[in-house]
Design a protein around this ligand. Structure first.
Ligand code: 5GP
Length: 193
């Protein structure tokens, strides 16, 4: 997605060997116009596939996921990373290691929001080693629902996530694919959409 790549080049900052900071439009401050466009493009990629739910993980997946859900006309559910005393009904969980926070957390979704009839599109802001998406896929499968695909805003192709998801039978669609960082420069590969 050309406008996304241009925005990453304009406002993204490379931190160390493998982190991209995009807090001015995606992970902290949110550019809703860009999110809306991202939502439309990802939704078009999964049009006519009978998607009934969009699932993401808090916090930075929520903004793009809301707009994908709006475009597809289906609800969006986000996995919660912290236990909440209001979540009393049957809870589906998975352990997820966070690449950026370097801690493992139990991600939860209330069972009442997913059913065996659901066809789910997973959305996340980044794909690094695939732990977040794998955890969400586990939760969705616990509910007996089907994962139709994983839609990613920014994939770092030099990390292992895409291969892990493919090895687990999941289709991956990324709007921007970063091939490598070279002396602080961002080098893109061919994106899926
Ligand atoms: P994974 O689970 O695929 O290893 O990592 C994906 C998750 O880690 C995303 O939900 C995102 O929050 C975070 N993440 C991974 N890489 C980056 C990065 O380069 N920049 C930022 N801001 N977040 C990242």
């Amino acid at each position: 997605m050309k406008t996304l790549e241009e925005r990453i080049l304009k406002d993204g900052n490379v931190i160390g060997q493998n982190i991209l900071k995009v807090d001015s439009f995606l992970t902290h401050q949110v550019d809703y116009q860009l999110m809306k466009e991202i939502g439309q493009v990802l939704a078009e990629g999964y049009a006519n596939q009978g998607i009934t739910k969009v699932v993401t993980i808090e916090a930075s997946g929520i903004a793009p996921a809301v707009y994908v859900a709006e475009s597809l006309g289906v609800p969006m559910i986000f996995g919660k990373k912290h236990k909440n005393i209001t979540m009393t009904e049957d809870i589906l969980t998975a352990e997820v290691y966070s690449f950026t926070k370097q801690v493992t957390s139990t991600v939860s979704i209330a069972g009442k929001f997913l059913s065996p009839e659901d066809k789910v599109l997973i959305i996340d802001d980044f794909l690094a080693n695939g732990q977040a998406a794998m955890g969400l896929a586990q939760i969705i499968k616990q509910a007996g629902a089907q994962v139709v695909g994983v839609g990613i805003v920014i994939e770092k192709s030099f990390q292992t996530g895409r291969q892990l998801l493919i090895d687990n039978g999941l289709k991956v669609t990324s709007l921007a694919r970063i091939d490598r960082f070279e002396n602080g420069q961002i080098i893109f590969g061919a994106a899926d959409l």
